[in-house]
Design a protein around this ligand. Structure first.
Ligand code: PLP
Length: 439
């Protein structure tokens, strides 16, 4: 039958998905895939979980949709309360949207509105970093430092990143991690002095770089210094935890690894865990209090924001995570996964670095390990490893194209948080065979 569906690659044939169970997906031919990247780092609790499906059916039988300008609902209230319990201090408020792009763009707008309500209408710029991804909608892409994804649309983007992100693997020779952390963070201060803090509403960053770098973890001290600079120059700090949030890195929020409190957090992906599209902005008491005391209306939102069906599903996901202690499991199994990836790196010279935090891990490929020289532009080893893994029944996630040229030719390995050590071994076996095939 002729297809009318626009797929990512128009000329490619895709297998037909049949069903999913736990960390496995099965296509219509019966082929089994280990979901080594939780789809798009989103199916965080695995596929086909009966408890979630039952709660979804229960809610659908009651009411799926009630418009948020007309009603509030029990699941939306309960989900916001649960997130306030999970979130760092002061971040007691949730605004629900449907995708990570909407979340970062809503955070951007909330930051601008906050300053307007305080009488600083000129504070409208958001400083972001190269080697980042905040989403595909126009505002989110404007903040994104993902070269490949920006390229075509630069003429319609209204901004570009002003600072670089720490990339410890490629830091200047002879510089310690401590010095590098401070020097990268100080780029924010230099940008603020150049642009003028009176024009800047916020700084946005992914705590661990995802699609634009492949699980790049910042050095200790970086985010602490960033927080200091934000406070000193009166700008808000937005943590884009769309990929890292809700347990993925072995803490509820990745910012907890450095003990910092952002003013706004964007969430998505693992929040609906693949069972429903839902995302959120978590906002501080100060931000919501200021807007409540001013205009009283948050200018934003989408038709499906806070709908009962999606909020009930996300609530069931968080409850499931609590019942099965998945955040601590992600920390423990993440350490084991990284160990196994480091063993692969020791075996294959084309792996420049194995890195990550919790169950968000990555491999960067290089032509020459001692010099870290990347492969030629045409080779795309990350893509070839990904395709070889797919043929063998292992899904991993692309993280190349974030930088100009081939530096950062990486893939992400980020299985569902329910994965067991035995299943990690199974996954590593498939990955080993895939790398052996392309090396
Ligand atoms: N922010 C981060 C850190 C992401 O990784 C992504 C998606 O990959 C987004 C935002 C955009 O999310 P979505 O694709 O749900 O719009």
């Amino acid at each position: 039958m002729r297809s009318h569906l626009i797929k990512p690659e128009l000329g490619k044939a895709y297998p037909l998905i049949d069903y999913g169970k736990g960390i496995y997906l099965y296509d219509a031919t019966g082929k089994r895939y280990v979901d080594g990247c939780s789809g798009a780092v989103s199916a965080n609790i695995g596929h086909g979980i009966t408890e979630i499906i039952e709660k979804m059916a229960e809610q659908a039988n009651r009411v799926s949709f009630a418009y948020r300008a007309q009603f509030t609902s029990e699941p939306a209230e309960a989900l916001a309360a649960k997130l306030a319990e999970w979130a760092p201090d002061r971040l007691n408020w949730s605004f629900f949207v449907n995708s990570g792009s909407e979340a970062t763009e809503t955070a951007q707008k909330m930051a601008i509105q906050y300053w307007q309500e305080k009488g600083f209408a000129r504070k409208t710029r958001i400083i972001s970093r190269w080697m980042s991804y905040h989403g595909i909608t126009q505002g989110a892409l404007s903040m994104s430092g993902h070269v490949l994804r920006r390229k075509r649309f630069v003429p319609i983007l209204n901004d570009y990143p002003a600072v670089s992100a720490p990339y410890p693997y490629r830091r200047p020779a002879g510089m310690s991690l401590e010095e590098y952390a401070v020097s990268c963070a100080n780029e924010l201060e230099q940008a603020l002095l150049r642009i003028g803090p009176e024009h800047v509403a916020a700084f946005i960053a992914e705590p661990v770089i995802g699609a634009a770098g492949g699980a790049v973890v910042p050095p200790d001290g970086y985010f602490q210094r960033i927080r200091e600079i934000c406070d000193q120059y009166d700008i808000l700090l937005i943590a884009d935890e769309v990929m890292t949030g809700l347990g993925r890195t072995g803490k509820k929020f990745a910012v907890e690894h450095w003990g910092i409190h952002p003013d706004l957090i964007a969430l998505g992906k693992g929040m609906g865990a693949g069972y429903t599209p839902i995302a959120a902005v978590l906002a501080s008491d100060d931000i919501v209090g200021t807007i409540a005391a001013g205009s009283g209306v948050i200018m934003g939102g989408h038709t499906y924001s806070a709908n009962p069906q999606s909020t009930a599903t996300a609530l069931a996901v968080l409850q499931y995570m609590e019942q099965h202690d998945l955040v601590s499991q992600a920390a423990a199994n993440g350490r084991y996964l990284l160990e196994r990836l480091q063993q692969l790196a020791a075996k294959y010279p084309l792996i420049g670095e194995a890195r990550g935090l919790g169950l968000l891990t990555g491999l960067e490929f290089v032509k020459n390990r001692p010099t870290k020289e990347p492969f030629a532009l045409s080779l795309g080893i990350g893509q070839r490893v990904l395709e070889a893994a797919f043929r063998r029944g292992l899904l991993i996630y692309p993280a190349f194209g974030g930088l100009d040229g081939m530096a950062g030719d990486a893939v992400i390995v980020a299985p569902p948080l329910i994965i067991t050590p035995e299943q990690i071994d199974e996954m590593i076996g498939l990955l080993d065979a895939a790398i052996a095939e392309v090396q």
